[in-house]
Design a protein around this ligand. Structure first.
Ligand SMILES: NC(=O)c1ccc[n+]([C@@H]2O[C@H](COP(=O)([O-])OP(=O)(O)OC[C@H]3O[C@@H](n4cnc5c(N)ncnc54)[C@H](O)[C@@H]3O)[C@@H](O)[C@H]2O)c1
Length: 413
């Protein structure tokens, strides 16, 4: 059965990855069943309200009303699908090691209902071997007896939430499959929704490539975060240095310092790599070191901000601007601003925060820019934050985002 014959796709997980994929597939002519085990989210989606910034409510409503898309909690609906993609979270556990429980649950959920000749693709980020050693054995154990021929591939998602240029269609898609038929089915499927499909030799190459991509970002951010501290100690403006180095036309890529790394990917995926290295008796010491430098940044930023105000102030009032892990989204997962807030509180500061895209976070509400404070920290450059409202009142601002240029009262990290 060609995947083009039925053109029914089931996507497990309707979050930042699964819902945009659903919309891209609807645009490409697929009938999409979006499966999620979070009932409230399924109801929200089916009511036409999009839970993610990259899918507009208009786009979602059009897909729902055309009949080409619906969300459901019913895993048995995968029986209708020619292709199933798994897009569930792959977080860290409390030991900061891979936690595949949600991936295993999702796989267990679909396994008894998969029809013969179905292509199952993992898009979730994980360590090399996850498709072959975790997903396939679960499916083989629980699949219906008549489902003799199943096909498997790995196609790690590269979506960058909030990015108005790169999307599901124009971002090249890596595909690694377990055999030739799986490869051609996966190629056919992804070519129906993506401009460029890059076939790699095995699923493990695709899985490892995804970890390399995100680890590359982690270590370069750590490098510039460490470099920033060295420059500051020596009275050199690190941003001037980055701009100077950036004039080299080859072999250099500028990264900027910040409060740390956040979100579902950059702080998490490299730890899948370090764990994977340890499983074979090796180590990824360089990555571990980068992780610890980034982990130290929130306290460094707290120290820098508090050094900007009167040392005799016992309970300084600090306003944090932007708490989401990056601009343009309301996503606070793994945001380094959480540790920044903890560090400030540990120093006895009275801390409030303002974020136009986040109303409630860690049990507290966003305050207005008129909140009375001694110093402010621009942690995430959210659209809608106007720091002049603070500087005009004589409040010093530490800009950790390199986005406020030449404004009196603003100091760059
Ligand atoms: N968000 C990103 O920027 C991004 C980018 C590339 C890759 N990824 C990877 O994609 C995967 C998904 O990430 P996300 O950001 O979309 O997560 P998300 O939290 O936004 O969405 C995941 C959805 O899966 C649902 N879910 C959890 N367990 C489930 C289960 N057992 N059965 C059915 N549904 C279940 C959740 O309710 C949620 O709606 C992760 O592996 C992540 O690392 C994420």
């Amino acid at each position: 059965m060609s995947v083009e014959n039925t053109k029914t796709l089931a996507i497990i997980g309707q979050g930042y990855v699964g819902l945009p994929l659903a919309m891209a597939a609807v645009d490409a002519g697929w009938t999409v069943i979006g499966i999620d085990n979070f009932k409230a989210k399924v109801s929200q989606i089916n009511s036409g309200s999009s839970p993610v910034e990259d899918v507009s409510t208009e786009q979602l409503q059009a897909a729902l009303s055309s009949g080409a898309y619906k969300a459901t909690v019913d895993f048995s609906e995968v029986a209708q699908a020619a292709v199933i993609t798994i897009c569930v979270p792959t977080p860290l556990n409390e030991k900061r090691e891979p936690d595949l429980e949600l991936l295993r649950n999702a796989t267990n959920g679909i396994a008894p209902f998969i029809s013969n000749e179905t292509l199952v693709v993992s898009e979730s980020t994980s360590y090399p071997g996850t498709l072959r050693d975790v997903i396939i054995p679960i499916i083989n154990e629980f699949k219906p007896q008549e489902s003799k021929n199943l096909f498997f591939a790995c196609a790690p998602e590269r979506v960058n939430p909030g990015d108005s240029f790169w999307n599901q269609k124009n971002t090249p898609r890596l595909v690694g499959a377990i055999d030739a038929t799986s490869k051609s089915k996966a190629q056919e499927f992804y070519e129906s929704i993506c401009d460029v499909v890059v076939l790699v030799s095995t699923p493990e190459v695709a899985e490892a490539a995804k970890l390399l991509e995100n680890t590359f970002r982690l270590v370069n951010i750590a490098l510039v975060n460490e470099f920033t501290q060295l420059c500051f100690e020596n009275g050199i403006n690190v941003h001037d240095v980055i701009e100077a180095a950036g004039t080299k036309p080859y072999g250099f890529m500028p990264f900027r310092p910040g409060v740390g790394v956040g979100g579902h990917c950059i702080p998490v995926d490299p730890l899948y790599l370090t764990w994977w290295a340890r499983q074979s008796g090796g180590s990824a010491a360089f990555v571990e070191s980068a992780d610890s430098i980034n982990q130290s940044m929130p306290r460094y930023v707290a120290d820098r901000a508090l050094s900007m105000i009167d040392a005799n102030e016992n309970n300084p009032k600090v306003l944090i601007l932007g708490v989401a892990y990056k601009p343009g989204v309301g996503d606070v997962r793994e945001t380094p601003v959480s540790e920044l807030r903890n560090a400030l509180i540990s120093y006895g500061a009275d801390v409030a925060w303002h974020d136009p895209l986040v109303s409630n976070w860690e049990g507290t509400n966003s305050v207005g820019l008129d909140w009375d404070c001694d110093v402010a920290i621009l942690a995430t450059n959210q659209p809608g934050i106007n720091v002049t409202q603070l500087t005009e009142r004589g409040i010093q601002v530490l800009d950790c985002t390199n986005s406020v240029k030449n404004l009196a009262g603003v100091t760059l990290l």
